[in-house]
Design a binder for this molecule. Sequence first.
Ligand SMILES: Nc1ncnc2c1ncn2[C@@H]1O[C@H](COP(=O)(O)OP(=O)(O)OP(=O)(O)O)[C@@H](O)[C@H]1O
Ligand SMILES: [Mg+2]
Length: 313
Amino acid sequence: MTQAVLQTEQLSKKYRRRVVVDQLSLTVEQGDVFGFLGQNGAGKSTTIRMALGLMRPTSGRVRVLGHDMSRQPLRALKRVGAIIEGPAFYENFSGRQNLRMLAAMSGGAERQRIEMVLEIVGLRERARDPVRVYSHGMRQRLGIAQALLPNPEFIILDEPTDGLDPQGLCETRMLIQRLRDELGLTVMLSSHLLHEVEQICNRVAIIDEGRLLYQGPVADLIANDNWIQLRVDRVTEAYDLLSRNPRLSLDRNGDQSIYVKMDEEEVPLVNALLVQNGFRVMELSPRRESLERVFMRLTGKHEPKSKQETTQK
Ligand SMILES: Nc1ncnc2c1ncn2[C@@H]1O[C@H](COP(=O)(O)OP(=O)(O)OP(=O)(O)O)[C@@H](O)[C@H]1O
Ligand SMILES: [Mg+2]
């Protein structure tokens, strides 16, 4: 049996009376790229702080690489790298100098190691430039470089893709995949973007208000759902036609399209029905669920905070 890299048991954190992490039991296995998903304020950073021994849990336990964090934090931490909530750098110093200084503070790292992590994150060419001229994506990568300095087995990245543009997202995604595939690292990353996590991670935990909603393979989370997105002309009439079939569940997605819940075998039948009735079918594709929709499904709640889609009946 492989040993879990991170295991939290009934982990909780209260601020005064308010519970922000609630009986959270997470397991990150070796070789995972584990996504830790939740909306702003869900408790991700708080959980990560407790996992790294930076904050005491109100109750519950954390084991990292087999060590109990309340008893032997240093043994575990020697083998872990992390960035939490956007790392801070000395703006007037270069990326390389920043890494040297950060390394010096934590016992030093060999010159070679610094060059190696710069290479891994693709900042070698820009390593002489002061951090103040770095783009957001370059700063994030310098943060990852810092996390890699101690040559860890496990890295925890808090929102490594936050605020990145598509190109930055793609670079970070490839970097994280390389960390796992080429360096054999186990990675845990937090995010509030399901779509991102879906592309990078093999396993995911979703939390809401500190409570676990789901933990398991990403594929199971999304695939379970049999909802097909249908783009068609005359959406309202198409909706009326399909709603006469009691086997289909329907949901309007604004004026744009209809979601139809059906087994795969029924897709051609629905297509034929629409075409026979003179509709022009532009698209029939598996619905890409947003995090908001997954939340609604798992909690039965209405869409929280950000509203990206409008659903009308
Ligand atoms: N020191 C503190 N005192 C009181 N409340 C706090 C403190 N730190 C965090 N909280 C609260 O705990 C909750 C969880 O915060 P946390 O930073 O863990 O969320 P998060 O999931 O990381 O959110 P984000 O996506 O915005 O980074 C929030 O409601 C926050 O206001
Ligand atoms: Mg956070």
